[in-house]
Design a protein around this ligand. Structure first.
Ligand SMILES: [Fe+2]
Length: 220
């Protein structure tokens, strides 16, 4: 693999935005993400840890792209979740995460997927998911993706790792909610997503998600 180019996150976002004039494909953005190393110093204001939950820290957002860091204490994990039919790229910046992919086999309300703007209404019982594979996300490993064909996964920073982890996530389009799965009870539900910090500013806890139209004006 050729050497990665060290750039600041602002430069990375400029390069991402260059895709906005054409088609945004998984592989084109994957090539960009795989070819660069984003400097720790440019990310420092977007790195915040919390003992209660992993943190989602917004770096940039417009109509087509959302860029955030996610900061994980040992033992923190996501629910099994979808990506609202959007594309996602995950760059490991620090530490090691485990990503477990799942396949949707069926549920008692598949017709709930017939909706515009979100991937599913959710609210089904008897959801069947098949665990497909587990991948370690490491700083020297490949950039991982979620896409329209592989949209369900769960991410862990295992307690045994003892290391904090930081990952950079790019979404296109931005995702304001997703479907999360209650694996024990085979149920799924829609979950609204929020940010721990916006553009470097930690938000009051339990603040409602900011509407996308406001976010654009808050941006660069
Ligand atoms: Fe995800």
């Amino acid at each position: 693999m050729s050497a990665k180019r060290l750039i600041g996150v602002d430069d990375f976002i400029e390069r991402l935005r260059s895709f906005e004039s054409g088609l945004i494909t998984r592989d084109a953005v994957l090539d960009l993400c795989s070819s660069v190393q984003i400097s720790d110093s440019s990310l420092s204001r977007y790195v915040h840890f919390d003992d209660a939950f992993y943190t989602r820290n917004l770096v940039y957002r417009d109509e087509l792209f959302e860029v955030m860091t996610i900061c994980w204490q040992p033992g923190q994990r996501t629910a099994v979740h979808t990506h609202n039919g959007q594309l996602c790229w995950m760059i490991s910046q620090r530490g090691t995460l485990e990503v477990v992919d799942y396949k949707w086999l069926g549920c008692d309300h598949p017709e709930y997927q017939n909706v515009i703007g979100i991937d599913c209404l959710a609210g089904s019982d008897h959801t069947q998911l098949e665990r497909l594979k587990s991948t370690l996300a490491t700083t020297d490993g490949p950039v991982l993706t979620a896409d329209k064909l592989q949209t369900i996964h769960q991410i862990f920073n295992h307690a045994e790792s003892r290391d904090r982890a930081v990952s950079i996530h790019v979404y296109s389009r931005p995702i304001d909610s997703c479907v999360a799965f209650d694996m024990e009870n085979q149920r799924c539900y829609r979950r609204e997503l929020s940010y721990f910090s916006l553009y470097g500013e930690v938000q009051p806890k339990a603040a409602p998600a900011v509407a996308p139209s406001n976010l654009v004006t808050l941006g660069r």
